[in-house]
Design a protein around this ligand. Structure first.
Ligand code: ADP
Length: 693
């Protein structure tokens, strides 16, 4: 850049047109003078003076600070020095234009002007131009203001405004009613949620006293709410308010005070959510629950069984119906643990045979410990006055969420404590009916014995004596009739025997005559005896050669095996193989006898009941196969009296296998008569229910 002499030859023509007023006092005789410079230094803005050729002739101290050049570096330089490259050309044109009609004006209105500093950085500037005529020479004084800070502030303001409008939009998007009130409760902000909820448009709500507009009801009292707000800065609770159309709404309100830095309250922010519908639903549910509850309570009382709700491992009583008193003969006070109650009143609970049950065995305590339903378990209650009550006990663990425990008594249950419903059913009438039935069976069976013996005896005598030539020979029809009588009476005799066994069993008089005997020949003998009774079945026996000695009543065991093999034949009406297997268990302690057929099988849903007294499967009846449902009941009882187990596996339409597991007599225990199988034997008995269940 070349140095420039402001008074030099290249000076352009003077400005034409209107005279240029001098903005400066007459001290300005020479713009380059020290006096003028000092004067410029006094002014707050950065000032530069440029001649018509675009050379800098003066700059004040502020200008040197703004541009980063010393005054010496500036003076004589082209103005281009202070312009970013891209503006130089356009600036030159503007300058030429300006000098033609110089006047006081800001430069580049609406344009973003930038200047270049010595370090090459650009700064946003605002420039005011003022023409200055000194003698014949026309200059321009440019006041340059560094706008960096201002532009930053403008940007921040724009951002803030943008944020505010986003927030306003957010407030409007909120479903809740959002209200801002000034300290006098006048509404400052009213979002669309508030318009929706209350029906007042913002322009009508703004400026009104909110509590008056909405006729706000404070269930806790207005003073209390204001006190909490004042103390804690916030408050939450329910309010009632009235909408523009007179509708009453219940709102869940959250309010917070907005304070300035000195702690002065500026406004209250209030967010209200309409919960009218929820409250209405709750009221309806509660009314319904109350209805159900009273119905339940009535049902509970009307039940003929003693129903008790107990809690905790000790079975503390929570609730009981009237019938509980009838079972125990006294009141069981709420809160009292079960065992304590029994002890206090001298009540003893025993099993069917009268053996007192230990606390571990009592259903009422077991259900709470085991958390499993127990159904129809037989117990006997001996009350303080000595009266005995047979009961069936059922119990159900309850899994109730703590909040469902309504009512004073139920609330005495600790959260997490086990809960159970225990039902004692007095079965005295059933027991009596059972005893009557047993008695009848016993009498009928005994009474049948004598006439049956006579019938059998005489039919046999008639046939045998005639065969021997005593009396006239029998016609064919007479012989056939006699043979029919013989078969019929044989069936009756076996039925009578079964009934007698049943009544002996019930009375505990079914005694075994046990002696050591080899089981293998016994099994073979039963099969050999029954094979001639059927032409359609092939009976086979698989058994080891060596003797398998057990302590048995051979007659009774034969009865058991006969029943199983006869059933296998009877319940496979299409014929087929019947396989009997005798297998000693590996440890030599027991023997497993199985009888397998490929007959009609037992329907799965009835398998649990088969083996009960008089129980027959429906498919047996459907096939028209006759029977009494007593054989298996007796067989099982007999096997159990031998210390063994009887069970079966069966698939309907495929066949059944019945198993008998008996303890073998081992040399070291041959002396003893009492041999029991361990309880594991019963673990695999899916097909037969427990006695007494
Ligand atoms: P029943 O005199 O009826 O044969 P049981 O006590 O011997 O009486 O058997 C009870 C019931 O068990 C039978 O009625 C029958 O439904 C079923 N049952 C017993 N054994 C078999 C078998 N091998 N196959 C199919 N069902 C059987």
């Amino acid at each position: 850049m070349t140095a420039h002499d402001p008074q030099g030859e290249g000076a352009p023509e003077q400005g034409q047109g209107e005279p240029v007023p001098s903005a400066f006092p007459p001290i300005v005789a020479d713009v380059t003078s020290a006096l003028f410079r000092q004067f410029l230094d006094l002014l707050p803005d950065a000032l530069i003076v440029v001649d018509e050729q675009g050379y800098l002739v003066q700059a004040n101290a502020q200008a040197t600070t703004v541009f980063g050049y010393s005054r010496e570096e500036l003076l004589g330089q082209s103005l281009d020095l202070l312009l970013p490259e891209r503006f130089r050309e356009i600036h030159r044109r503007h300058a030429a234009h300006y000098f033609k009609a110089p006047r006081l004006r800001p430069m580049g209105i609406g344009l973003r002007l930038f200047a270049r500093r010595k370090d090459n950085s650009e700064i946003p500037v605002e420039i005011s131009l003022s023409p200055l005529r000194v003698g014949e020479q026309l200059y321009v004084i440019a006041a340059v203001r560094d706008m960096t800070a201002q532009r930053r502030a403008e940007r921040e303001k724009a951002l803030l405004l943008q944020n505010l409008s986003v927030q306003g939009e957010l407030l409007n998007q909120a479903y809740d009613a959002i209200i801002v009130r000034d300290p006098l409760d006048r509404i400052l902000l009213w979002n669309r949620g508030a318009e929706r909820l209350y029906g007042w448009p913002a322009q009508e709500a703004l400026g009104r006293i909110s509590t008056r507009l909405l006729k706000t009801g404070f269930p806790e009292g207005e003073v209390a709410v204001r006190t909490v707000l004042e103390q804690n800065g916030q408050w939450e609770g329910e309010l009632t308010q009235v909408c523009r159309d007179g509708r009453l709404v219940v709102v869940e309100s959250r309010q917070a005070l907005v304070r300035d830095q000195q702690g002065q309250v500026l406004a209250t922010l209030e967010i209200n959510r309409d919960i009218s519908e929820r409250r209405q639903r709750e009221r309806e549910t509660q009314a319904m629950l109350a209805g159900h509850l009273s119905l339940l309570e009535q049902l509970f009382e009307a039940l003929p069984f003693a129903v008790a709700l107990v809690a905790g491992e000790q079975a503390r009583l929570l609730l009981a119906n009237q019938a509980v008193r009838r079972v125990w003969g006294t009141d069981w006070p709420p809160g009292l643990p079960f065992l304590e109650f029994l002890q206090r009143h001298g009540i003893v609970i025993s099993d069917q045979r009268g053996k007192a049950l230990t606390p571990e065995e009592l259903v009422t305590l077991r259900v709470l410990r085991e958390q499993q339903a127990i159904s129809l378990y037989q117990e006997q209650v001996r009350r303080a006055d000595g009266t005995l009550l047979p009961v069936l006990v059922s119990a159900l663990p309850l899994h109730v969420p703590p909040e469902a425990l309504q009512g004073e008594r139920l609330r005495q249950c600790e959260p997490g404590e086990p809960l159970a419903l225990v039902i004692h059913q007095d079965v005295t009438p059933l027991k009596e009916a059972d005893e009557l039935k047993d008695e009848f069976i016993s009498i009928a069976a005994h009474e049948l014995r004598t006439p049956l013996a006579a019938l059998t005896g005489y039919a046999e005598m008639l046939l045998r004596q005639t065969e021997r030539g005593h009396g006239p020979p029998l016609a064919t029809w007479q012989r056939e009739a006699l043979e029919e009588i013989q078969q019929g009476t044989a069936r009756l005799v076996s039925l009578t025997e079964e009934l007698l066994d049943l009544s002996r069993l019930q009375a505990g008089r079914l005694q075994l005559q046990r002696l050591p005997a080899d089981l293998v020949p016994l099994v073979r003998q039963v099969v050999r005896r029954l094979q001639p009774t059927t032409a359609r079945h092939q009976l086979t026996v698989q058994a080891p050669a060596e003797p398998l000695v057990a302590l048995i009543d051979p007659h009774r065991l034969e009865q058991v095996l006969t029943n199983l093999v006869e059933n296998a034949i009877k319940y496979s009406p299409q014929g087929g193989p019947v396989e009997v297997r005798v297998v000693p268990e590996r440890d030599g302690r027991a023997i497993l006898i199985s009888v397998q057929d490929h007959g009609i099988g037992i329907p799965r849903h009835q398998q649990g009941q088969i083996g009960g007294r008089f129980m027959r499967a429906e498919n047996a009846r459907a096939w028209g196969i006759e029977g009494t449902g007593l054989g298996l009941y007796l067989a099982r009882a007999l096997v159990e009296q031998h210390g063994g187990r009887l069970w079966f596996e069966s698939e309907e339409g495929q066949g059944s296998t019945f198993f008998v597991r008996l303890p073998l007599l081992r040399e070291e225990s041959e002396e003893g008569c009492e041999q029991r199988l361990d309880s594991e034997a019963s673990a695999a008995t899916p097909g037969l229910p427990e006695a007494g269940a």
